[in-house]
Ligand binder design. Structure first.
Ligand SMILES: [Zn+2]
Length: 220
């Protein structure tokens, strides 16, 4: 804990003073670039990987970057999504999964969540992901390949769930919002974005977009 307290003091002494004008402006209100939905995993830092400042990303996090279909959970996700879209007027929503996701691992191996009823119940919102992998990806060899596929399939499943939210559906009908499926690879720092016409995840990089080394094609 001392590490965190020291960090607060260093933030105030070094970072805040250097960006005082930014923080004073943010006190007036927020106008974020996007709604960024990702996993609670401590290894992901949305502002770091997108090189954005406070005020630029409206962030929603939970285990497995899951978006329960509208009305299914009556949880905080619905309110955050409605606020971002209808009040703040974000024009882009990113659902960002990541490599080595513990939630996806527990989804594929329910025994890992045995004894943790809250996790089991939460992962029910990703049941479509589990079924898609179980029924359509039997050819994948080994846990790593299946987990990698599950991470990718899950962000697409959660985009489908996002479309059930009335605020999102209405903005889509007005063509005022774009939905994006990303996967962040912890060990390489690479971010892959789903390319719908190509049917695969492509690396976001300034040397051009290359396909992710694949174990499979995504079949959605
Ligand atoms: Zn995760």
């Amino acid at each position: 804990m001392q590490r965190l307290v020291d960090g607060v003091q260093r933030f105030q002494a070094n970072v805040f003073s250097a960006k005082r004008h930014l923080f004073e402006r943010l006190a007036e209100g927020q106008d974020p670039l996007a709604l960024f939905i990702t996993c609670s995993d401590s290894r992901i830092n949305p502002n770091l990987i997108t090189q954005t400042d406070p005020g630029e990303l409206f962030i929603l996090r939970n285990a497995g970057n899951i978006v329960p279909p509208y009305g299914a959970s009556r949880g905080g996700e619905e309110g955050s999504i409605e606020y971002a879209v209808s009040v703040l007027g974000v024009e882009d929503i990113i659902v960002c999964g990541h490599s080595h996701c513990g939630a996806m691992s527990a989804l594929l191996e329910p025994s890992k969540a045995a004894g943790y009823p809250a996790i089991r119940n939460w992962l029910d919102h990703a049941e479509a992901t589990r079924r898609i992998i179980g029924e359509n990806y039997k050819h994948l060899d080994g846990e790593f390949a299946r987990q990698t596929a599950a991470v990718e399939v899950n962000v697409l499943v959660q985009l489908d769930n996002l479309r059930t939210h009335p605020a999102v559906a209405a903005a889509l009908a007005r063509e005022q919002i774009n939905l994006h499926a990303w996967v962040y690879e912890i060990e390489t720092g690479k971010v892959f974005a789903y390319d719908s016409p190509a049917g695969q995840f492509m690396a976001i990089e300034n040397t051009g977009h290359g396909p992710r080394p694949h174990y499979h094609e995504i079949e959605m």
